[in-house]
Ligand binder design. Structure first.
Ligand code: ACO
Length: 326
């Protein structure tokens, strides 16, 4: 039985952080942010709203769409690089919020590629017959790890979540293939230096602002384009689907210029290249399920249409997936 996404949903916090808000916080301008990144605004979770809460909301919506009870969920995978806690897992907290008492729970730390890593695990579990109902959730509260005094990073990120249900068959999006990759040798390009066991929290790490995300943007940009192109090509080659057969491109939403490069490389018309970056910024692992949920709701892809998903993030990690509407 081919693993199929039978329901997909998203949740975005209500609060909006606009470019003009950021102009009042750091030395930047709406024009610079829009020209260099394509971002106009992003969402921010409130103080008492965490990845588990946002993830549970998206997951509950997906279950409702599928008409499945929480108690029938076999497994919950949560892709997040901004977990509620280092331990316990955010997936376990989501399980409790949903009342999915039968589900096993696991967090995935592959940064912005995490949703595709999750999809790959869900596909394996479902197709092996091990589990029937797997929730793949991606949920991020990036605002908790962004340094709002650092203009290089604070303009880029937003909060939000997406979730999908993966089952052995049914109407939805058949997961034809997922290919994944990583290069730990370049791990220093995007990192949160302190707070792990290598550099536990201390007065010094706090003072040096080492609990915030650091990124060498220019270098990351080059890797992102190269790795997403190569993995998307590998994914197409593995399935035998031609570039001309792709109906929708759903790329990770980190920078509009990266999205343009990938779209041009695969000759996908701009109107068929999904973009949410202008309104949500980079929600890390959640960008792809949020975009897919919006596509599903507003454009209703037709049976037989092919969707190419591709992502890149800290690790470095990357991945691509080919879905076919069934
Ligand atoms: N406002 C105004 N000026 C700024 C800002 C800002 N917000 N940020 C940087 N600048 C300045 C820089 O200081 C620099 O000034 P200088 O020339 O005087 O030194 C100038 O603008 C150019 O800076 P660059 O870093 O070269 O700008 P670039 O065009 O590369 O854009 C950006 C930066 C947006 C970060 C881009 O490099 C990028 O998108 N990188 C990839 C991000 C990505 O793909 N991330 C992957 C996933 S993230 C994850 O996994 C967590």
């Amino acid at each position: 039985m081919p693993a199929t996404i039978t329901a997909i949903a998203a949740y975005l916090p209500e609060k909006v952080l606009s470019n003009s808000d950021l102009e009042r916080m750091v030395e930047t301008s709406h024009e610079w942010i829009v020209t260099r990144t394509g971002i106009e605004e992003r969402r921010m979770a409130h103080d008492e709203e965490f990845p588990s809460c946002m993830g549970a909301k998206a997951a509950a919506r997906a279950l409702e769409k599928a008409g499945l009870k929480a108690t029938d969920v076999d497994a919950i995978l949560c892709a997040t690089m901004t977990p509620d806690f280092l331990t316990p897992s955010t997936a376990a907290l989501i399980q409790s919020s949903l009342g999915a008492t039968k589900a096993c729970c696991l967090d995935i730390q592959a940064a912005c590629s995490g949703f595709l890593y999750g999809l790959s695990i869900a596909k394996g579990w479902v197709e092996s017959g091990m589990y029937k109902n797997v929730l793949v959730v991606a949920s991020e509260k990036n605002s908790a790890f962004v340094d709002y005094t650092d203009r290089n990073t604070c303009v880029l990120f937003g909060d939000g979540s997406g979730a999908c249900l993966v089952q052995p068959s049914g109407k939805g999006y058949e997961i034809r293939h997922v290919c994944l990759g990583a290069d730990g040798a370049e791990s220093q390009l995007i990192c949160i230096p302190a707070g792990g066991s290598r550099r536990p929290a201390s007065a010094n790490t706090h003072e040096d602002r080492e609990h915030f995300m650091k990124m060498e943007g220019k270098e990351v940009f080059k890797h992102a384009v190269r790795r997403m192109e190569a993995s998307a090509k590998e994914c197409l080659d593995s399935t035998g689907i031609l570039e001309a057969d792709i109906t929708w491109l759903i790329p990770h939403q980190a920078n509009i210029r990266i999205i343009e490069a990938i779209s041009k490389r695969f000759n996908i018309p701009w109107e068929r290249t999904l973009r949410t970056i202008h309104k949500y910024g980079n929600t890390s692992a959640a960008t792809i399920p949020i975009a897919l949920a919006e596509l599903d709701e507003h454009n209703a892809p037709q049976s037989g249409e092919h969707l190419l998903l591709t992502a890149f993030g800290a690790g470095l990690t990357w991945g691509s997936s080919l879905l076919t509407k069934v």
